[in-house]
Design a protein around this ligand. Structure first.
Ligand code: PGA
Length: 252
């Protein structure tokens, strides 16, 4: 049985006090959500305070990116996975499409960052997803398969136990357009198949695959009803505690 995961990606929103307020407001609203893991991903500058304030709660903290190195060194502007672990993170999001599109992230850097994150004891939420033109050309599955093959290359089965995959079609992120539940299900099956080809059926059956892209309180239930959808990575609708809590508690 795969434990579900609902993760909120706060992107570049919220000053420190606002991040703390949202986290504290969320805490009681999801306190009984034993049916899933609840994760929030604030900006770097809020990670330490938010994770301190959430200590002892069932909400885990994720960073939105990390460096590909854990050794201290001359990497101006980078933050090592061990530093994220040090301030209370349990997870890190890697290869979000905004980073791939606008900040030069590649499958190769996703692979290096994922390995560094795992080495630091973090679990990694690795994002994949096709652009609209790729879907329209009928290449969506091939694109996602290629991202997985390079992004997860060289990982062991034990490493895969600490990987969560987020399928986020780029055309659905922040656009109000959601993949249909069937489109999500079909891609999640394809993702599982790719993982099986790389690491065997057993791990493919256990890996959690989240859907992301315009998930809202009113569409979460139909997405979660798909057998291969194990949770959601939520952007815009995670910024307000009340709306994110409705997503977490979608079946209550
Ligand atoms: P969205 O973002 O829910 O605002 O579409 C999802 C994401 O980018 O993870």
């Amino acid at each position: 049985m795969r434990k579900r995961v609902i993760a909120g990606n706060w992107k570049m929103y919220k000053l420190l006090a606002q991040a703390v307020d949202t986290a504290l407001e969320l805490k009681p609203l999801v306190a009984n959500a034993n049916h899933c893991e609840v994760i929030v991903a604030p900006v770097f500058t809020a990670l330490k305070t938010v994770s301190d304030r959430l200590e002892g709660s069932n909400i885990k903290v994720a960073a939105q990116n990390c460096a590909a190195q854990n050794d201290f060194g001359a990497h101006t502007g980078e933050i090592a996975p061990i530093m994220l672990k040090d301030v209370g993170c349990s997870y890190v999001i890697i290869g979000h499409s905004e980073r791939r599109q606008f900040y030069g992230e590649t499958d190769a850097s996703v692979n290096q960052k994922t390995k560094a994150a795992l080495a630091a004891g973090l679990a990694a939420i690795v994002c994949v997803g096709e652009m609209l033109a790729e879907r329209e050309a009928g290449n969506a599955e091939a694109v996602v398969q290629a991202q997985l093959k390079s992004g997860l290359e060289g990982l062991t089965v034990a490493d895969m136990e600490r990987i969560i995959i987020a399928y986020e079609p780029v055309w659905a992120i922040g656009t109000g357009k959601t993949a249909s539940p069937e489109q999500a299900q079909d891609m999640h099956v394809a993702v599982r198949k790719t993982v099986a080809s790389m690491h065997g059926r057993d791990i493919a059956d256990r890996v959690r695959i989240l859907y992301g892209g315009s998930v809202k309180p009113d569409n979460i239930a139909s997405i979660m009803a798909q057998p291969d959808v194990d949770g959601a990575l939520v952007g815009g609708a995670s910024l307000e505690a009340e709306s994110f809590a409705r997503i977490v508690n979608f079946d209550r």
